[in-house]
Design a protein. Structure first.
Length: 413
């Protein structure tokens, strides 16, 4: 399935500007996953089919007019100057992907930012050589010997200089406005502690990639939303424990002073630890628990390279389940004052967990998944559902194992 972008100007469907998505060839006949923009700002996605011999731009522009409610209005751009920012990229032995990500980050439309690469538990000098040889002083290199994504992020947090610290992964391509859109909201709201952004697929070339995006992917929709702990959302009865709704670690930013105030990320969470994940969710809840607001903004976009194989997807499904319950365990261990609220929401939380792992026969959320404008179904295979449930059962144990491993490392040091 091809990935493309479609710019809708004042002429609507008459003269669309169609350009390939990251890593995609020019749009040809066949199925296309399309990001629709107006004035450069993302407003929705759709799945279309371009017939043989047809003009792809005209076909897809016509489909864009059928988006639910029509193309969304373009918000007025915020003319505030974004605060100084630091971008932290944790990586381990993936120099090829890292170079692609760094190239896109260096092209950011932001007046004052730095990039810090944290080389997490490296076994070779490949990452260090790439950063020093290709990027020189434009990218700072930091080595963190203890494995774990949260450990690496905390290492980066300790050395950054920006008022805002953004985090992303080494397998993304950042939209040129990503950092500006992610950091500018902090200038408008002094009570804002965290901002998350939109994550879309860079490629849909394998069945595993298509299945993941059909099941929801990482996107959280195209409507900006602010979560305020002083005014809990009525439609989120499990707030703030359904942190997965707030965003994902591949596109998140924190006010640096706030993230340091709450103690950063729990080092016993995240990829590379027995907990398998949950570091980003832990960060979201910690910020909210300290009374700061969190904002989701779909104009801050990164393109994510989904895993390509079925085996990768199985590993990811188990990791999602483990990370979910590992982060909840971490929150209760580090914030015992949240225990009464957690227990009050536990029955609803169990029902929500069953929903998360259910076999979905009709995953067709318009504008958020490849099935948005298609009558076909995209079932989540039972094996992946079972793996996710097993991960949920394992998560608390994995978190405790990770804590024990950290104590062992500290003792050895």
């Amino acid at each position: 399935m091809q990935v493309a972008e479609l710019e809708l100007g004042d002429g609507a469907a008459a003269r669309p500007s169609l350009r390939p998505g990251p890593g995609s060839p020019p749009v040809t006949a066949g199925e296309v996953f399309v990001l629709v923009r107006r004035a450069g700002r993302p407003v929705g996605t759709l799945l279309g089919r371009v017939p043989e011999g047809a003009d792809a731009g005209s076909v897809l522009a016509a489909l864009a007019g059928d988006l639910p409610g029509g193309p969304a209005p373009v918000p007025r751009p915020d003319d505030r100057t974004p605060p100084s920012a630091s971008v932290v990229v944790a990586t381990r032995e993936r120099a090829g992907q890292l170079a692609r990500a760094l190239d896109s980050l260096l092209a950011q439309d932001h007046p004052d930012f730095e990039i810090v690469v944290v080389d997490n538990a490296p076994v070779t000098d490949e990452t260090r050589d790439l950063v020093t040889r290709k990027y020189g002083e434009r990218v700072r290199y930091v080595r963190e010997p203890v494995p774990g994504l949260a450990v690496a992020h905390n290492r980066g947090l300790g050395v950054v200089r920006g008022e805002v610290t953004a985090f992303t992964d080494d397998d993304v391509v950042a939209d040129p406005r990503w950092l500006a859109e992610l950091s500018t909201p902090f200038a408008a709201d002094p009570g804002l502690g965290c901002v998350t952004g939109l994550i879309l697929p860079a490629r849909l070339r394998t069945p595993a990639q298509v299945l993941l995006e059909s099941h929801g992917g990482f996107a959280k929709g195209f409507t900006a939303r602010t979560y305020d702990p002083a005014d809990p959302p009525a439609d989120e009865p499990l707030f703030p424990f359904t942190a997965g709704r707030f965003g994902s670690g591949a596109g998140m930013a924190f006010r640096t002073a706030v993230l340091r105030e709450v103690g950063g990320f729990d080092p016993a969470t995240g990829a590379g630890t027995p907990a398998r994940g949950g570091d980003d969710l832990y960060g979201f809840v910690r910020v909210l628990a300290h009374g700061y607001r969190l904002r989701y903004t779909p104009t801050a976009l990164v393109w994510h390279h989904h895993r390509e194989t079925w085996r990768d997807l199985e590993t990811q499904a188990f990791g999602y389940g483990a990370g979910l319950t590992a982060y909840l365990t971490a929150v209760l261990v580090n914030c015992p004052a949240l225990l009464p609220a957690f227990l009050a929401r536990l029955p609803g939380g169990l029902a929500h967990a069953r929903t998360l792992t259910a076999v979905r026969d009709t995953d067709r959320a318009a504008g958020t998944a490849p099935g948005g404008h298609d009558d076909r179904t995209h079932p989540w295979p039972r094996r992946l559902s079972r793996l996710q449930r097993r991960g949920m059962l394992y998560g608390p144990l994995g978190y405790l194992r990770a804590r024990r491993a950290l104590r062992t490392v500290a003792g050895e040091r």
